[in-house]
Write a protein that binds this ligand. Structure first.
Ligand code: LLP
Length: 430
């Protein structure tokens, strides 16, 4: 059974009709499937167990893709580690019961405070992106009397062949250390007394459909590990990042199990040939491939506007709820929650925000009437985490379905909450 499928004309998440969720919690609401999350994580876990030498693998779920505590808690219960990009994400992981010793900290702009927080929780590794960052981390670790475990994010300069905004492994990107500078940067890191060089990492982009660029990046990283070892810098892990894509429309992404099988075949052959079979730990940072297709955004049609050149369905979700179409012209499927038998019309599905860029889908053939519910598909990743309060719109509620049960995992924000942190000028400015 597919996770989001029709039963008697009603679109369901597992066994729960989305209509029942909208009736109980209102709209717009993100709905996630627990079974889908578990299945998607299991695809990584199974492949790691089957192919990694002596269990030397760790999946560090990329928190930015969906950071709801219930999602993090569920993944932590499966043994997942976490890839974070801020102190806030670390606090979320801890609040959700995740193990900080399985946390890797990515990102180009870590503040001193964030470094202190992460060091005080003994995280697994800092993925460092520049020499000034190495120096700052060395200082902060020294102040705390600690040695910070570090990996350098290298830029393997491979083309991930994805949207330019989400491609990160090319020379012109702001991320990582240039490939040519890797060895000298490692030498600099190895000299800093409060750092312990433990790994190497890369992340070449997101929504990759083919694993060839990832395997190409792996080959480059492997060469670097050998070159470093020849200089006496031995690494404990290599981290290949995230990036595996999902089906939004008709894309056919590589299966996670196939990618990992090919990846471990290379890693194991390399270790056997050059390192007497000694394993190296392999880390992954998947986000989208775990949560993307485990979630939908349910929204209610407010008005239908039929025009000479276009028809608009104005819904109660907007670009502030799901930014991806406005930001990347991303395509998301749109399905009626209750199927109608009448013939459809072609609509642009747009939100109430005062921007022409506020659209969720364009030119879709839909049979609907005002008051109907629509499901924006594949919205589990980079949906709620990229939501804003633009136009003083409270963020959507989030619900997790488990079989026939629905659980509210984040209630809707109230308007009062949106300005509760603000204050007037002193005196009687008014
Ligand atoms: N690791 C690092 C260092 C990353 O920067 C990212 C995502 C990931 C892991 C997870 O990648 P994934 O497995 O999800 O592809 N907002 C965009 C996607 C931005 C991705 C940023 N980095 C979108 O909505 O498509």
């Amino acid at each position: 059974m597919s996770i989001f499928s029709y039963r008697d004309g009603e679109l369901c998440a597992e066994a729960v009709p989305l209509k029942a969720i909208a009736e109980r919690f209102g709209t717009p609401t993100y709905v996630y499937s627990k079974a889908a999350l578990l299945d998607n994580f299991a695809a990584y876990d199974r492949a790691c167990r089957a192919h990694a030498k002596s269990g030397n693998a760790l999946v560090c779920y990329s928190v930015k893709s969906n950071s709801n505590l219930a999602v993090l808690n569920l993944l932590a219960s499966q043994g997942s580690g976490f890839d974070i990009v801020s102190g806030g994400e670390l606090l979320r992981v801890i609040a959700a019961g995740g193990d900080p010793r399985k946390v890797i900290f990515s990102g180009v702009g870590k503040s001193r405070e964030e470094m202190r927080l992460a060091l005080s929780h003994d995280i697994l590794c800092f993925n460092v992106e520049s020499i000034p960052e190495l120096q700052r981390l060395n200082e902060v670790a020294g102040e705390l009397g600690k040695r910070a475990p570090v990996s350098l994010r290298v830029n393997p300069n491979v083309d991930a062949k994805t949207h330019p905004y989400i491609s990160t492994g090319l020379k012109e990107n702001k991320f990582g250390v240039a490939f040519e500078d890797t060895l000298s940067t490692y030498r600099a890191a190895a000299k800093l007394p409060n750092l312990e060089v433990v790994g190497i990492d890369c992340h070449i982009g997101s929504q990759l459909l083919d694993d060839a660029p990832l395997l190409e990046a792996l080959d480059k990283v492997i060469d670097l590990v050998d070159a470093l070892e020849a200089e006496g810098i031995a690494l404990h892990h290599l981290d290949i990042g995230g990036g595996i894509g999902i089906t939004y429309d008709e894309e056919k992404p590589v299966a996670v199990g196939d990618y990992l099988e090919r990846l471990f075949a290379r890693v194991n052959a390399w270790r056997d040939a050059k390192h007497g079979g000694a394993p190296i730990k392999v880390l992954f940072e998947p986000g989208r491939s775990i949560v993307g297709n485990a979630g939908v955004l349910v929204t209610e049609v407010q008005y239908l506007k039929h025009g000479a050149s276009k028809n608009f369905a104005i819904v109660d979700a907007a670009m502030n709820d799901l930014m991806r179409p406005a930001m990347y012209e991303a395509w998301h499927g749109v399905k009626p929650v209750t199927q109608r038998m009448q013939p459809g019309k072609v609509y642009d599905v747009v939100g109430p925000v005062c921007e022409s860029g506020d659209w969720l889908a364009r030119s879709r053939d839909l049979a609907m009437e005002a008051g109907d519910l629509l499901a924006i598909m594949s919205a589990g990743a980079y949906g709620m985490t990229m939501a804003s309060n633009y136009n003083t719109r409270g963020r959507a509620a989030e619900v997790m379905v488990d079989g026939a049960e629905m659980h509210l995992i984040r209630r809707r924000e109230t308007p009062q909450e949106l300005f509760a942190l603000e204050s007037l000028l002193p005196g009687d400015a008014a």
